[in-house]
Every structure is written in structure tokens, then in C-alpha cells.
Design a protein around this ligand. Structure first.
Ligand SMILES: C[S@@+](CC[C@H](N)C(=O)[O-])C[C@H]1O[C@@H](n2cnc3c(N)ncnc32)[C@H](O)[C@@H]1O
Length: 232
């Protein structure tokens, strides 16, 4: 048993899943990893590490205006919604309409059980999509786009932003959490600058740094870059 009263078998399993998360390379790897992780993700990862990333990014999104400034849609897309932490945080901050998008049916099934503090479901709809491909969602659907934990090694790269911009309504606000090292390695800054030049986003994003863990423990990155921008 460790200090939290968990047996070491369960700790080993949690650590093995974390290691797997850093070695994911393809959408199929993600499907496999999160199928195995969905049932224990909230307890063995979120609670055990004091994860607060979802709350920090949701707060930034709402403080920057939320979905209210977009033309024609008040619905927010939570990209790589996983077990639904961002949906709960958004609903509790007053963003009532949130769709969860994720490649993993097992993670989406957990998200479907989540509710805000007053008992309303955290998500209006939960949609299984692979965001490395074109998705079956109409242009201009979302008044806001938010993401935590999906723009990282082996998951979603800058090219996935093309599809998010397509499904975002004019003037939609985006708050995209991106692993700090991955941001540099995958050239997000250049991609975003090209998107400004091409008139796809309104201005170069503000990059905020947020804490991922309240009580940092372990070897994973402690801070993340959050790109805040508006879609043209
Ligand atoms: C580290 S989890 C983050 C989940 C949640 N946002 C959070 O902060 O707890 C990454 C999520 O991205 C999803 N994902 C990975 N690749 C994806 C893809 N190609 N398309 C859509 N979702 C993907 C995974 O299924 C997983 O639920």
C-alpha cells in the first residue's frame, strides 16, 4: 500500500498507462490506450495527480468571453473531451451548451455520466470523431472551441486546427491547451502565424501558461501553453 492507501499493483497499472500515453503514435494507439484507461482515468490519474488543467483552461475561456461573441452559435465543442472534466467545469462556469468530441467510445461513455453542480448533464451531445480526419460536422457549428490534453505527443498536431476552424462559427473563441514541448516541436507558432496571414484566424493568439497539476508529482510536464484566438 502507498500513502493514499492504494495497493502497488494499482499504482503500477496507473504508471504503465501514463507511460503508454507518452508513447502513443497513431489514432489506433489512442483508441487502444483510452479503452483501457477510461474506467480508472478519473481516479488513478486525475485525483492522484491533483489535475487542475481543465479548470484553468475553462476559466481562461470564460474570462475571454466564452461562446457569447460568436455569430449564430452558443455551443462549445470540447475537443478530446475524454471523461468530461472540461464539460463539468464549463457548465459550472455558466456555459450551458457543450458538445464533447473524442475518438474513444469508452471515454465518451464516462463523459455521458457527468453532471454540473446543479445536476444538469455536462454535455448536450457526445460525438465519436477522429480529428486527424475530416469529421461529419457542418461548417460554422460551434461558437467556441476548447481543448485540454489532446494537443500533445502522438495525439493531435497543428493540422487538426484546420478542421476545428472549419466547424467553428465566425468570431468563435478558441482556447486550445497545447503541451509546451510539443508546441515548439510541431511548429504551432508558425502554423498559427500562417493561419493569420491566410485570414483564417483574426490575430496571432495570446499564449497563456497554465498549471496542469495542483500538487505536482511525477515526471510529466507541469505547465501547458494555451492558445487563445478568434476564428475569422
Ligand atoms: C489526455 S486525454 C484528455 C482528456 C480530457 N480533455 C482531460 O483533460 O482530461 C486525451 C483525449 O484525446 C482523445 N484523442 C486522442 N486522439 C484523438 C483524435 N485523433 N481525435 C479525437 N480525440 C482524440 C483521447 O481519446 C483522450 O480522451
Amino acid at each position: 500500500m502507498n500513502a493514499e492507501g492504494k495497493d502497488s499493483g494499482s499504482d503500477d497499472e496507473a504508471n504503465a498507462l501514463l507511460r503508454r500515453a507518452y508513447s502513443v503514435e497513431t489514432p489506433d494507439d489512442s483508441r487502444g490506450l483510452y479503452a483501457d484507461w477510461a474506467d480508472t482515468y478519473d481516479e488513478d490519474f486525475i485525483a492522484a495527480t491533483g489535475y487542475v488543467y481543465h479548470q484553468n483552461v475553462a476559466r481562461l475561456f470564460v474570462e475571454a468571453g466564452g461562446a457569447s461573441g460568436a455569430a449564430g452559435s452558443a455551443v462549445v465543442a470540447d475537443v478530446g473531451c475524454g471523461t468530461g472534466l472540461v464539460g463539468v467545469a464549463l457548465v459550472d462556469l455558466g456555459e450551458a451548451l457543450v458538445d464533447g468530441l473524442d475518438i474513444s467510445p469508452e471515454m465518451l461513455a464516462v463523459a455521458a455520466t457527468k453532471q454540473g453542480a446543479s445536476g444538469q448533464p455536462a454535455y448536450r451531445s457526445l460525438i465519436e470523431v477522429d480529428l486527424t480526419t475530416r469529421v461529419d460536422i457542418a461548417d460554422d457549428t460551434y461558437g467556441g472551441i476548447i481543448s485540454t490534453g489532446a494537443f500533445t505527443h502522438g495525439h493531435l498536431g497543428p493540422e487538426a486546427l484546420d478542421e476545428l476552424i472549419r466547424i467553428a462559427a465566425p468570431n468563435a473563441l478558441a482556447a486550445i491547451g497545447i503541451n509546451e514541448d510539443f508546441y515548439v516541436e510541431r511548429g504551432f507558432e508558425q502554423w498559427l502565424s500562417d493561419a493569420v496571414d491566410a485570414g483564417r484566424i483574426i490575430a496571432m493568439p495570446t499564449i497563456e501558461k497554465v498549471e496542469i497539476y495542483g500538487e505536482f508529482s511525477g515526471s510529466h510536464a507541469a505547465r501547458s501553453s494555451v492558445a487563445l484566438f478568434r476564428v475569422r
